[in-house]
Write a protein that binds this ligand. Structure first.
Ligand code: AMP
Length: 539
C-alpha cells in the first residue's frame, strides 16, 4: 500500500453500515494505534524472545512497572521543555474522593438566588467544606502552594457566608463559588511516554541501591506519545529498554550496553545500520561547574546573532531561549547549512568528559563495534549527559532510529533518590525492529500447523480427539476440526492453512488399527502404527 493510501485509510472516520435495516457504527482503532495480527505476531514474539535472550545473556533482569505514573514524574525527569512533555503526553485527572467531586459539582453549579441563599449556606456549602477537610487530611487533593491557598480562601469565604445575611451575601457567595471551582481535587496521571523515569522511581522506592552490585534492569512494553502518526511513528508503540544503575560511570558500562544492542541487531540479521555516538558534556553540580552549561551559553550567543537567527524556523527560534541544544537535532532541510557551522560540543568538553568520551571510543573498538561520531546527536530528553548514542537504519525511511540512549548520572538524585547513583540506558523501538527484520527477509518466525487431523465417522472421532491430545502433549501444533468433514474438503482446508501433515482417520484405520499419514508437500502417503507417529511428524 502506498504511503498516501495508508494515511487515507488511517484517517477514514468510523463507518456507518446498514444491517437488517438498522444503522450500525463500525469501530476502528484510534488514530496512531494499530492491531498487530497473526502471522505478524509470530515475528513480534520471536523478536521479543530473542531480545530477552540476548539481554539476559548480559545479566540484565526484567522489571515491570505500571503503565501510568504521576504526571509530575515525567515532567521532572524528562523535562518540561521537551516535546514529549510539552505536547505529547496523554494525561488525565483521577479523583480519590467521589463524594468530594459530587459536592463540588453542586457548589460550582449552584445559581445565585435570594430564596435559596440560606439553604446554600447552611446545607450545601458546609457539607462541601466538611468533605473537603477530610480529603485534605487524607492527602487526596493536590497539595501545592496555589491549591492550599485556594483551600484557605474557601474556609474564609465559608466563615463570611455564615456571618452574612442574604442582603449582603452575594459577595461571599461569589468568592466561595469561584474558589471551589478553582480547587484542584484530582491527581494528574499520565500514560508513560518512556520508561526510564518509571525505572528510576521504582529503584528509589524500593531502595534498590542496597542490593549488591549495579542494578541491570530491562523492560518490555507499550509507550504512549501524541505524535503526528506516520510510517514507523505511532501513538502507542512498543519499546524494549535496559538501564544500568549504580555508583560507577565506567565507560565500559556504556560500551557493553551498546555492544549488546549490536549483538541483537546481528541476531535479527539486520545488515544496514549505523551507530552514532556523541558526548554532550556534564551539567553544573553544587560541587563544580559543568561544561555543558558553558557550551549552551556559547551556542545561544551564536544562535542569537541576527544573520543566524533569521535563518531559523519558528520552532528553533523558540528553542534558542528555552533549549538551544535541541536546535542541533533539527531535521528541517533549510536549517542544515546554518547548523553545520555552529560550534560543536565535542570541542568544548571539560577534561573529565573528554577522557570519558575517549575511553568510550576505545572500549567500543575493543569490542569491535563500529561507530560514527555525530556532534549533533543531543537526544530529545533533558536527563542525558555525557554519552549519547543512536542506531539508525536506512531501510526504515524517515523515522530511521532503531534505538537510542545515553547516560543520565544526575537523574536518580533529582528524583529524590540517593546521592551518587549514576545511570545509563537505552530504548529500542520494537515496531521499527520488526520493520527492519521484515525488510532484511532473513528471519521466518511463522510456525506452521504440524498436523491436520482428518476424521470421518463416529468411531473415528474419539480416536481423533485422543491422538490430537497425544500429539499436542508432545509439542506438535495440531488442528482438529470440530465437525466431521469429507476427506476431500479436509485436504483442501489442511492445504490452505499450511499444515505439513494430514492424519487420516476413517473406518479402515479404526478397523486395522493402522494410521495413515499424508505429507502435503510431497503427496506421499504412509501407513504406520501409533508408536511411529511422533517420530514421523517431527517438526
Ligand atoms: P526515545 O525514547 O525517543 O529515545 O525512543 C527510543 C526508540 O523508540 C526510538 O529510537 C524509536 O525506535 C522508538 N520510538 C520512539 N517514538 C516512537 C513512536 N512514536 N513510534 C514508534 N517508535 C518510536
Amino acid at each position: 500500500m502506498s504511503e498516501g493510501a495508508k494515511r487515507e485509510k488511517d484517517e477514514r472516520p468510523a463507518k456507518e453500515v446498514r444491517q437488517g435495516g438498522q444503522e450500525r457504527r463500525q469501530f476502528r482503532a484510534i488514530k496512531g494505534t494499530r492491531d498487530i495480527l497473526p502471522p505478524d505476531t509470530a515475528l513480534w514474539n520471536w523478536f521479543e524472545a530473542t531480545a530477552r535472550e540476548v539481554i539476559e545473556a548480559y545479566n540484565f533482569a526484567e522489571i515491570r512497572t505500571p503503565i501510568f505514573e504521576e504526571t509530575e514524574l515525567f515532567a521532572r525527569a524528562v523535562g518540561v521543555e521537551t516535546d514529549v512533555v510539552n505536547k505529547e503526553m496523554y494525561s488525565f485527572e483521577v479523583y480519590e474522593s467521589d463524594e468530594l467531586v459530587e459536592r463540588r459539582y453542586m457548589v460550582a453549579n449552584w445559581p445565585w438566588n435570594f430564596d435559596q441563599y440560606d439553604f446554600f449556606r447552611q446545607q450545601i456549602a458546609p457539607r462541601f467544606v466538611e468533605t473537603l477537610k477530610i480529603a485534605v487530611d487524607k492527602g487526596q487533593i493536590v497539595r501545592d502552594a496555589a491549591n492550599l491557598r485556594i483551600y484557605e480562601e474557601i474556609k474564609t469565604a465559608m466563615a463570611d457566608l455564615m456571618d452574612t445575611g442574604v442582603q449582603y451575601g452575594k459577595n461571599a457567595f461569589d468568592r466561595f463559588q469561584s474558589a471551589a471551582r478553582a480547587l484542584l481535587i484530582g491527581e494528574s496521571i499520565t500514560l508513560r511516554p518512556e520508561a526510564t523515569a518509571s525505572v528510576c522511581r521504582a529503584y528509589i522506592e524500593h531502595g534498590m541501591q542496597t542490593r549488591p552490585g549495579d542494578q541491570k534492569l530491562y523492560y518490555v512494553g507499550p509507550m504512549f506519545r501524541r505524535e503526528r502518526p506516520q510510517k514507523g511513528r505511532y501513538r502507542q508503540f512498543y519499546q524494549i529498554g535496559a538501564e544500568v544503575l549504580g555508583t560507577s560511570d565506567a565507560p565500559a558500562i556504556d560500551a557493553e550496553l551498546i555492544e549488546m544492542l549490536t549483538v541483537l541487531i546481528g541476531r535479527c540479521k539486520i545488515e544496514k545500520w549505523t551507530l552514532l555516538i556523541n558526548s554532550i558534556g556534564c551539567p553544573d553540580t553544587p560541587e563544580r561547574k559543568g561544561c555543558r552549561p558553558k557550551y549552551v551559553e556559547l551556542l545561544r550567543a551564536e544562535l542569537r546573532k541576527p544573520e543566524i537567527f533569521s535563518k531559523l524556523g519558528p520552532d528553533s527560534q523558540r528553542r534558542v531561549e528555552t533549549n538551544p541544544l535541541r536546535v542541533m537535532d533539527s531535521k528541517l532541510p533549510e536549517e542544515q547549512p546554518v547548523i553545520e557551522k555552529l560550534p560543536k560540543i565535542s570541542e568544548h568538553l571539560c577534561a573529565e568528559c573528554r577522557e570519558h568520551y575517549e575511553k568510550l571510543k576505545s572500549e567500543l573498538a575493543l569490542r569491535k563495534v563500529p561507530f560514527t561520531e555525530s556532534p549533533r546527536l543531543v537526544r530529545g530528553l533533558d536527563y542525558y549527559m555525557r554519552t549519547t548514542f543512536e542506531i539508525t537504519s536506512p531501510v526504515l525511511g524517515a523515522q530511521n532510529a532503531l534505538c537510542g540512549g545515553g547516560r543520565y548520572d544526575g537523574l536518580v538524585e533529582m528524583l529524590g533518590g540517593p546521592k551518587g547513583i549514576k545511570g545509563i540506558g537505552f530504548a529500542l523501538g520494537e515496531d521499527r525492529f520488526v520493520d527492519a527484520i521484515v525488510e532484511a527477509k532473513k528471519i521466518d518466525a511463522t510456525r506452521a500447523v504440524d498436523v491436520f487431523v482428518a476424521w470421518m465417522g463416529e468411531k473415528a472421532y474419539p480416536e481423533a480427539v485422543r491422538l490430537a491430545r497425544v500429539l499436542r502433549d508432545a509439542g506438535r501444533a495440531v488442528e482438529l476440526p470440530a465437525r466431521e468433514m469429507k476427506f476431500g474438503k479436509a485436504f483442501e482446508r489442511a492445504d490452505k492453512i499450511g499444515a505439513r501433515y494430514v492424519l487420516i482417520l476413517g473406518d479402515d484405520e479404526i478397523a486395522s488399527k493402522r494410521l495413515t499419514i499424508k505429507t502435503l508437500a510431497s503427496g506421499e502417503q504412509k501407513q504406520m502404527g501409533e508408536s511411529e507417529l511422533l517420530d514421523y511428524v517431527r517438526h
